[in-house]
Design a protein around this ligand. Structure first.
Ligand code: ADP
Ligand code: MG
Length: 242
């Protein structure tokens, strides 16, 4: 099971006309693999994640998550799908100032109706997996930027998502800490078998990803991944060659 976007087009109102943020994008992200999305600021990366997260419905095209076509789902079905299948890591950690690192994660399980003991065990397991279990009782102001981002990533994994969507997690970090975060996301993708999309503006981090998709002005260029058969997306208008 995986994440699949087919011929996705998304426009935003722009004065009298509309701005095309995503132009006929087709992207497959298999389970247990990591796709990096790179491209300049304003090229459509966050829009792509928002559509993949079912937070914005595209004008046309389809989004399939873990085998389920999302096109005709109701608002509550989508909320349910996000709660059980999708982990989202936004650019800013958005941690609650009054909660400890462990509690940030436990809140997610509470919404899901899990028992407090199970929630605590899972929270500590995940904080350990991201390397901040020693900081479990600290509040956000007692954590470094890198540690906050690790808690943020651990929180996105609390619902054991099939899909993990991460938007520029390294933008507030120095290069070394940024690389460590990307390595962590790569390991978690394999270990938790998520279909992961990682948006980053810094391609120097990308050594171990499975595919790199380049976005320019809303269209996608997908170099052929190493060791695989080239796929032709007949209906998609791919980016003009650079
Ligand atoms: P990126 O994440 O690559 O910087 P975005 O997906 O945020 O790009 O934006 C793509 C384009 O869509 C930009 O031109 C941006 O200004 C525009 N855009 C993004 N969000 C909105 C919105 N809610 N309303 C109107 N235009 C938007
Ligand atoms: Mg963005």
């Amino acid at each position: 099971m995986s994440l699949n976007l087919t011929d996705v087009t998304l426009t935003y109102p722009d004065g009298e006309t509309r701005l095309t943020a995503l132009d006929t994008i087709t992207l497959d992200v298999p389970k247990g693999s990591l796709t990096a999305v790179v491209g300049p600021s304003g090229s459509g990366k966050s829009s792509l994640l928002a559509v993949a997260a079912t937070l914005i419905a595209p004008d046309s095209g389809t989004v399939t998550i873990d085998g389920a076509l999302t096109t005709h789902m109701s608002r509550s079905e989508l909320t349910n799908l996000r709660r059980h299948k999708i982990g989202i890591v936004f650019q800013q950690p958005n941690l609650l100032a009054s909660l400890t690192a462990a509690e940030q994660l436990e809140v997610v399980a509470k919404i899901d109706g899990r028992s407090p003991i199970k929630a605590r065990t899972r929270a500590l397991e995940l904080l350990d997996a991201v390397g901040v279990v020693e900081q479990a009782r600290r509040r956000p102001h007692q954590l470094s930027g890198g540690q906050r981002q690790r808690v943020n990533i651990a929180r996105a994994l609390m619902n054991d998502p099939a899909i993990l969507l991460v938007d520029e997690p390294t933008s507030a970090l120095d290069h070394e800490r940024g690389t460590a975060i990307i390595d962590l996301i790569t390991r978690l993708t394999h270990r938790q078998a998520t279909a992961t999309v990682l948006v980053t503006h810094d391609p120097t981090h990308l050594t171990a990803v499975d595919q790199i998709a380049e976005v320019h002005d809303g269209c996608l260029r997908l170099p052929v991944p190493k060791g695989s058969t080239p796929v032709t997306h007949h209906r998609s208008r791919m980016c003009p060659e650079a």
